[in-house]
Design a binder for this molecule. Structure first.
Ligand code: G1P
Length: 286
């Protein structure tokens, strides 16, 4: 039922300068894959068939990443490096299923999503933020499996002191996995936060959200917020929060990015023992 996904990748990545001066932040690597590829694979595992990237200036590396690299493939072929060749060929999606829309100004997540409106029909669409990296089962696949109608956001409990970094929901019912959401506010201070349940960057949104985004009203940070458009749909269509089974890493922060690299590396058979031994000897030995 959810066949399209939007990947907003226009952000500047100022928290990772100078690394992100010329390199898109979504191309930062966790072990051997860029963040954006994890998000795309998570969406593909959820049955998504069309991939819509909302890009900006200096983001062409993302387009190249999901296209053929003729010289590389020819060289790998000539040298008989079949496994490497398969790796780069497997990530090419069917022609006509990958779209790029340009967001000319960084005016917020809501604005980025709105830029994709002409590619969406009267249908629910997934939105995935590559900064939020999920270790474990595909979060989007879990959401799609439990989605029926309306809007849905992935949620997790966060420390109350961090509410200013998240969209925060007001739950009116909570069965431990699915929450009925009766309110949503973008980045409230801890004193004003309605709960400590934060939105993780995975959404399934219905067409009404695009109508809400149409008026381009600015919210927190003087940006067009997806959160505000979702909040305005409460009461008109069902709105659920979904607690996913995986572990989320905030790869928009340096500490989250480093933790993700170590966690993912420890799941690579060829790296785990080496890395563990090295950390123990280098940092933990007395
Ligand atoms: C965005 C959303 C916010 C959400 C967060 C999850 O904020 O606006 O509601 O909780 O992603 O990572 P950003 O981190 O882009 O500032």
């Amino acid at each position: 039922m959810v066949k399209k996904a939007i990947f907003p990748v226009g952000g500047l990545g100022t928290r990772f300068l100078p690394a992100t001066k010329a390199l898109p932040k979504e191309m930062l690597t966790i072990v051997d894959k860029p963040l954006i590829q994890y998000a795309v694979e998570e969406a593909a595992a959820a049955g998504i068939e069309e991939f819509i990237f909302v890009t900006g200036r200096n983001k062409s590396a993302i387009e190249d990443h999901f296209d053929h690299s003729f010289e590389l493939e020819e060289t790998l072929h000539a040298k008989g490096k079949d496994a490497a060749l398969k790796t780069v060929r497997d990530m090419i999606y069917e022609p006509g299923t990958v779209f790029y829309v340009r967001q000319q100004e960084p005016a917020g997540l809501g604005h980025a999503v709105w830029c994709a409106r002409h590619l969406i029909n009267d249908e629910p669409v997934a939105v995935l933020l590559a900064d939020d990296l999920i270790f474990g089962n595909s979060c989007m696949a879990e959401m799609v499996a439990s989605y029926k109608s309306g809007n849905m956001v992935a949620v997790m409990d966060i420390p109350k002191s961090d509410t200013g970094s998240y969209g925060i929901v007001t739950p009116s019912a909570d069965d431990g996995q699915l929450l009925v959401v009766s309110g949503l506010v973008e980045k409230p201070s801890p004193e004003n936060a309605p709960s400590n349940i934060g939105v993780v960057g995975r959404y399934i949104i219905e067409p009404g959200v695009f109508s809400q985004l149409e008026n381009q009203s600015r919210g927190a940070g003087n940006e067009v917020q997806l959160t505000d458009a979702l909040a305005r749909q409460i009461g008109k269509v069902p709105f659920h929060g979904f607690r996913f089974s995986g572990e989320r890493f905030d790869c928009g922060s340096k500490i989250g990015f480093l933790q993700a690299n170590i966690t993912f590396a420890m799941s690579h058979e060829d790296l785990a023992d080496h890395l563990k031994n090295w950390i123990e000897n280098r940092f933990l030995a007395t």
